[in-house]
Write a protein that binds this ligand. Structure first.
Ligand code: SF4
Ligand code: ZN
Length: 301
């Protein structure tokens, strides 16, 4: 049986059925539509300015390497902004080292400057060490807080005024439900894809927030670049995994569920975030709403 024809160009055979919109797309129209989607997201949330220096957080996975390529392409054509890759080395042997090689290859292929910042240099410890220690929280709780700080430091070190991360629509929808189920009202502000300006923080933007993970994977596959597919040996975010499974089942049954969940979360932000007053951590001097920041609390400084 012949595959159906692309609903966009009406010429080439479709390779992808976008269930939430009803489109069937050929390879070229799919790639083009993904790029247009990212451009629209950038405009919708006013992410960049002319001449922005954008640090892209690149882990070596399909999402971040795909975002890096798309941003390099889009910014090359339009805004005239500069793209720099920043990578955090958490110190996870056998996992992060492979990813670092892939990032380096991708950046030299794209002609993009790249910078790596390690937990060891910044915090004097690694995730391998933290994971082997007795601790109260999951490895990912430590890793998440430290990586956030490390990415901010890396972005500052390259003089960036934006920090773009590759959170997909799936990540965003999961975060909305996670915040609700944990009762973390303040956490909802972190899903804001346009990011806020806070003193001491490079503004964080999420240009992939309207790209479903499936489409990010298809883009990576069609682009033919190598990416890391090994899971992290410490991955143990049990609750997020449950939510991911639930959302994927709902999306299969009712296409569009993830968009609705994400957009509902966005509508909640203005009502929720009252804007906490920021001070400085008494130990490291970084901005924090309390008197000691999360990084110093977790590292028991
Ligand atoms: Fe860090 Fe957890 Fe991600 Fe591993 S899975 S890199 S420990 S946040
Ligand atoms: Zn087409």
């Amino acid at each position: 049986m012949e595959p159906p024809i692309c609903t966009k160009c009406r010429a080439k055979p479709s390779i992808y059925h976008r269930a939430y919109s009803g489109e069937r797309l050929c390879q070229d129209c799919f790639r083009e539509s993904l790029k247009e989607r990212v451009k629209r997201t950038i405009n919708r949330f006013h992410m960049f300015e002319h001449g922005s220096r954008i640090a892209v957080g690149v882990s070596g996975g399909k999402d971040s390497l795909g975002l890096l390529r798309l941003l390099a392409e889009i910014e090359g054509e339009t805004h005239g902004s500069e793209v720099v890759a920043v990578t955090v080395d958490e110190g996870i042997r056998g996992y992060r080292d492979e990813a670092l090689r892939l990032v380096e290859e991708a950046c030299s292929g794209l002609g993009v400057e790249s910078v790596v910042l390690g937990f060891r240099d910044l915090f004097g410890t690694t995730m391998d060490e933290i994971a082997s220690r007795e601790r109260e929280l999951s490895t990912c709780s430590y890793c998440g807080v430290l990586r956030r700080r490390a990415l901010n430091e890396a972005a500052k070190s390259v003089g960036a005024d934006r920090l773009a991360t590759a959170h997909t629509l799936d990540d965003m929808a999961q975060s909305v439900l996670l915040n609700i189920l944990r009762g973390d009202v303040g956490g909802m502000a972190t899903i804001d894809p346009g990011g806020g300006s806070l003193e001491g923080f490079v503004r964080r933007v999420k240009p992939y927030c309207e790209v479903p993970e499936r489409e990010s994977a298809l883009y990576a596959y069609l682009s033919g670049f190598e990416f890391q597919s090994l899971p992290c040996p410490y991955a143990e975010e049990a609750m997020r995994n449950d939510i991911r499974g639930f959302l994927n089942r709902m999306e299969a049954k009712r296409p569009g569920t993830m968009f609705v969940t994400f957009n509902t979360g966005l509508k909640m932000i203005p009502t929720l975030s009252k804007g906490e007053a920021m001070g400085h951590c008494r130990l490291c001097g970084e901005p924090t709403p309390g008197d000691t920041c999360r990084v110093c609390q977790l590292l028991g400084r």
